[in-house]
Design a protein around this ligand. Structure first.
Ligand code: GSH
Length: 220
């Protein structure tokens, strides 16, 4: 059966990036259709998606008349399709992985909205504010704790949805050069994550696109 992932402009759709990455890491076969989510064509393109997917957003995965929408549901489905390869078997460890994924999915306490994925590709990025640096350290402390407890090399020992969910976060935070010297395991983990072939493939494409400027990228 054909499986189509409607994905988004690669330097603008961090949600699509997560879903795509989970499918790739789960070694699921799928065809990708990139939907241009830049204005002004964004509105017409997403209206077309709304004809078969209630949120009218990307990513959305379509298998015949079966539609899976929202990046989190697609990531979980990728894990199911792989026979559970992307979540730990142990119940407690699986709950920990899901906690990390859920925290990310809920926007990391607002940080993701202020430092957009798009901004990681701007040639003229602003410095992080003190607040953003403090929030980044809070997230890095969570990564560091997980890596220390589980012994690495991934947040829950084996590669899981928890690592994949954070890839766009790692991209947007590192692009703003936070001081992560107190979190050496996280720095190594982040660079390990960015070296994964699928991550590299998406990022190469994203870097080659013209930047997508958002009005609310504040210059404090
Ligand atoms: N919670 C959704 C968010 C998806 C989302 O906001 N996608 C953006 C592109 S990155 C979009 O299509 N937005 C259209 C809209 O909300 O009008 C998910 O995780 O898939």
């Amino acid at each position: 059966m054909s499986r189509i992932l409607y994905s988004g402009t690669r330097n603008a759709s961090s949600w699509a990036f997560r879903a795509w990455l989970a499918l790739r890491e789960a070694q699921v076969d799928f065809e990708e259709r990139i939907v241009d989510i830049r204005v002004p064509q964004r509105y017409d393109n997403l209206a077309r998606i709304r004809a078969f997917s209630p949120p009218g957003a990307v990513p959305v995965l379509v298998e015949g008349d079966h539609v899976v929408y929202d990046s989190l549901a697609i990531m979980e489905y990728a894990n199911d399709l792989s026979g559970g390869a992307l979540l730990p078997r142990d119940l407690a460890a699986r709950a920990t992985a899901r906690s990390l994924v859920s925290w990310q999915h809920a926007g990391l306490s607002g940080l993701c909205a202020r430092l957009s994925f798009e901004s990681a590709f701007y040639p003229d990025r602003r410095a992080m504010t003190e607040n953003e640096q403090a929030e980044t350290e809070r997230i890095a402390a969570a990564w560091e704790g997980a890596l220390q407890r589980n012994g690495g090399p991934w947040l829950c020992a084996e590669l899981s949805l928890a690592d994949l969910a954070f890839v766009p976060t790692v991209v947007r935070l590192l692009a703003h050069a936070p001081d992560l010297s107190a979190y050496p395991l996280s720095v190594e983990w982040a660079s390990r994550l960015l070296r994964r072939p699928a991550v590299d493939e998406w990022m190469r494409h994203a870097r080659g696109l013209p930047p997508v400027y958002l009005d609310d990228y504040r210059r404090d």
